[in-house]
Ligand binder design. Structure first.
Ligand code: NAD
Ligand code: TYD
Length: 348
């Protein structure tokens, strides 16, 4: 029986990772540690909540004493660290919150793992789930590889770059067995409606303006969240220690083209006249420091571990829209209260 700690398992990607590990590995005892911030929601994993190999722990990774006690009590064999402040726009208004959770929180987990493993690293692994945004922005050409120098531009990406560096430093200095993955933009079920895809689905349903930043020509490489969870499972079990793997969708879209595709699919699902949702597109003030283009070269994980995305973008987007349309309660719960305040501040 292995004891595995997953942090941030009530969030978007974390919930899909927790579900996969709890259902696929009944011989693992899975601990999901989450502070349940605005982005954490136990409804995301209500279906596996009663599983005998699953324990939820509410707690803050910034609290060093709490983290030390938790590691001492449970003696985890592996850590999959996903808990983070994850939204670029929020990092622009409150960068310190990102340093606290993403840098100090990661440090606390590293220190606790180092303490309990005490140089006996056999069968142990610390896995940091990170982002392609640490590499900065691409021009019209080229792809991010694992050797692209870090060049973060937003407080979010700077905090993730910093935590990646600390993970690597603990590997080099103390021999901590680690792996890092840097993944492109995810989309899919359970995504909090502050990020582009779920926000726009929510606004289309409610006939609200679709706020496209700047000229809409910014490019992202989109990956279905379940394909990310599959890659995480693979890297955790088969990735090499002290290695980084890039994960991406081989799927670049300019924001405006993605939004138009989403509008077309939503019109069809909602029985609207073709072109109706596109009328909601509204160009708004650009995000400061907005990275022009992200695109991942995922050939290393493909060649070494045999991973590739399992769905096309059109299929993934359709599954995502279907999920939101059949989970309107979920959307209502997460968009009440504090969400309204955030929305006013960000888009007024
Ligand atoms: P999310 O914001 O949906 O979820 C984050 C989770 O972490 C929430 O459940 C929240 O309650 C929890 N959390 C936040 N602060 C915490 C704290 N101090 N202590 C304990 N728990 C805390 O994020 P996500 O989109 O699921 O991203 C998960 C990870 O994947 C992050 O590390 C992010 O940087 C990385 N990532 C995300 C994407 C993406 O497109 N969303 C892409 C690549 C990498
Ligand atoms: P987002 O989902 O916030 O992810 P990230 O900034 O981590 O890539 O944004 C994706 C793209 O969509 C990015 O270029 C910013 C743009 N965007 C908008 O145009 N309008 C919005 O309201 C949001 C949230 C994002």
């Amino acid at each position: 029986m292995k004891k595995i700690l997953i942090t941030g398992g009530a969030g978007f990607i974390g919930s899909h990772v927790v579900r996969r590990f709890v259902t696929k590995y009944p011989n693992y005892q899975i601990f999901n540690l989450d502070a349940l911030t605005y982005a954490g929601n136990l409804e995301n994993i209500a279906d596996i909540d009663k599983s005998p190999n699953y324990t939820f722990v509410k707690g803050d990774i910034v609290d060093a004493d709490f983290i030390t006690d938790l590691f001492q009590k449970h003696q985890f064999d592996g850590v999959l660290h996903l808990a983070a402040e994850s939204h670029v726009d929020r990092s622009i208004t409150d960068p310190l919150a990102f340093v606290k959770t993403n840098v100090i929180g990661t440090m606390n987990l590293l220190n606790a793992a180092k303490m309990i493993w005490a140089n006996n690293f056999e069968g142990k692994r610390f896995y940091h789930i990170s982002t392609d945004e640490v590499y900065g922005s691409l021009g019209a050409e080229g792809l991010f590889t694992e050797t692209t120098p870090y060049d973060p531009n937003s407080p979010y990406s700077a905090s993730k770059a910093s935590s990646d560096h600390f993970v690597r430093a603990y590997g080099e200095t103390y021999g901590l067995p680690y792996v890092i993955t840097n993944c492109s933009n995810n989309y899919g079920p359970n995504h909090f409606p502050e990020k582009l895809v779920p926000l726009f689905i929510h606004n289309i349903i409610n006939n609200k303006p679709l706020p496209v930043y700047g000229d809409g020509k910014y490019t992202r490489d989109w990956l279905f969240v379940i394909d990310h969870a599959i890659a995480i499972d693979l890297v955790f079990h088969e990735g090499k220690n002290h290695e980084t793997y890039n994960i991406g969708g081989f799927n670049e879209w300019q924001n405006i083209d993605l939004v138009k595709l989403l509008c077309r699919q939503m019109d069809a699902k909602l029985g609207r006249v073709a072109g109706e949702s596109e009328k909601l597109i509204t160009y708004v003030k650009d995000r400061p420091g907005h990275d022009l283009r992200y695109a991942i070269d995922a050939s290393k994980i493909n060649k070494e571990l045999g991973w590739k995305p399992s769905v096309t973008f059109e299929q993934g987007l359709e599954k995502t829209i279907d999920w939101y349309l059949s989970n309107e309660d979920w959307l209502q719960h997460v968009t009440s209260g504090a969400y309204q305040e955030y929305y006013q501040k960000q888009y007024s």
